[in-house]
Design a protein around this ligand. Structure first.
Ligand code: PA5
Length: 426
């Protein structure tokens, strides 16, 4: 389903030198004995997921599609990026699906929030609020505003039927509210952290509402689980990628730049940045995850990648077959000199841009480039990719002796902000 071509520094000898560590860590992941071991629920999730909940999600999603024009998905971080990136990657940036999906709760921006609220005025919308803790400030403020608008427009009782919540099974402020108000509720399991939750209801409900085949996505993840749940470093591309990241960090390349050639995959890079950044960036260690969308960014960042401070390597996600395409037309005058491309697909041009750039960066720029080849981006392949990266991330963080599942650093800014906002106890 996906193929991995590693950069030219990763010869067999280098990869083999990791075998012992990979065997030890793979066992640690399977037996759940490493740091953060109570957050490994995602490892077997593609086979263990709650089948009844998925059926309920499909039913409710159909109801939302049939009864509303807009679904506002309200969450941040791991409770937001997975659904957003999958939605854009699969449905595109100019989707004409009958249900419009809008994201909110991921920002304090007064401009964004007030614009969305204004846009929703008088419209027929439902809300999917997503928060494991139920107390995340961005999400809570947005939800309060959305709920208030909805109740004002349709009344308190009807609003209850238009609110779908995804949160912890037992605890948290949102769970208490769900119990009180009787909202339809889905579970973010206690043993799965936000950035590893895209294949739970966190991602599945909004994606099903958007008409995406979530069972195919779970199938893809199951397929990835059986392909990568082993320590065979000769064949396991997930761990080959993980050790490459480690090797790059230890050999003068502290930045990994994720590259796509599809604007609708830009949010996948955002998901990757959160997954790897928040999992690994601790104890003054970890690769800095960056991203670029080519060819657009070849006209901005391209210069730096080619000739600037040699601190990065690239991991390129190259989709070979687009979901739609156009042919370049003939022009009698040919003033732009493009008739040599007449009748060619844009996919052909995009691939040649990829090939030419790869050669330039590797041969002239000396930039190590990994390429992940993806035949076609559909729900199944994306499920596979999500699992591939989550497992690679766990391996890669454990290689650095880092707990991949906590985020102690995130709390410090919150404390300062709460103090400045005058929150009790700060
Ligand atoms: O990956 C994580 O754990 C975080 O990004 C959280 O998902 C994010 O902070 C949102 O948290 P919550 O779901 O509790 O609102």
């Amino acid at each position: 389903m996906i193929k991995l071509q590693l950069n030219n520094q990763m010869n067999d000898k280098v990869i083999e030198s990791y075998q012992k560590d990979v065997t030890r860590i793979n066992k640690m992941i399977d037996e759940k004995t490493g740091p953060g071991n109570d957050f490994l629920g995602w490892v077997d999730w593609p086979v263990n997921y709650d089948k009844e909940e998925v059926e309920r999600i499909l039913e409710d999603a159909k109801y939302v599609r049939d009864h509303f024009d807009i679904l506002v998905v309200c969450g941040i971080g791991g409770s937001y990026l997975g659904a957003r990136c999958a939605l854009e990657a699969l449905n595109g940036l100019k989707s004409d699906d009958k249900l419009e999906i809008i994201f909110m709760g991921q920002t304090f921006s007064p401009n964004y929030v007030s614009q969305v609220l204004k846009y929703l005025e008088g419209k027929n919308f439902a809300i999917n609020v997503i928060s494991k803790s139920g107390t995340t400030t961005e999400t809570s403020i947005s939800f309060r505003l959305l709920k208030e608008l909805l109740e004002r427009q349709v009344g308190k009782e009807k609003a209850k039927k238009a609110i779908y919540a995804t949160t912890d099974r037992e605890k948290g402020a949102l769970k208490t509210l769900c119990n009180q108000e009787g909202y339809a509720t889905y579970v973010l399991p206690g043993n799965i952290g936000g950035r590893y939750s895209v294949l739970t209801a966190v991602g599945l409900f909004p994606l099903a509402a958007a008409g995406i085949d979530i069972k195919a996505m779970l199938n893809g993840a199951e397929e990835a689980r059986s392909a990568y749940d082993n320590d065979d470093l000769k064949n396991n591309i997930c761990y080959r990628y993980a050790v490459t990241r480690d090797y790059m960090l230890r050999h003068g390349k502290p930045v990994e730049m994720y590259v796509t050639y599809e604007p609708q995959m830009t949010q996948i890079s955002e998901w990757l940045k959160q997954l790897f950044g928040e999992s690994e960036g601790k104890e003054k260690k970890g690769l800095f995850p960056a991203s670029a969308t080519f060819s657009t960014d070849l006209h901005s960042l391209g210069q730096f990648v080619q000739d600037g401070t040699p601190l990065l390597f690239e991991t390129i996600l190259n989709v070979l077959t687009p979901n739609s395409d156009v042919k370049i037309p003939h022009d009698d005058a040919d003033l732009d000199g493009l008739n040599y491309l007449e009748g060619k697909d844009l996919a052909f041009v995009n691939q040649k841009a990829f090939e030419g750039t790869l050669k330039a960066h590797v041969e002239d720029g000396g930039v190590p480039c990994n390429v992940i080849y993806i035949d076609k981006l559909d729900a199944k392949t994306l499920g596979h990719l999500f699992y591939f990266f989550m497992r690679a991330c766990a391996m890669s963080a454990y290689l650095l002796d880092i707990n991949p599942f906590n985020q102690p650093g995130v709390e410090i800014y919150k404390k300062n902000m709460f103090h400045l906002l005058g929150k009790k106890g700060y």
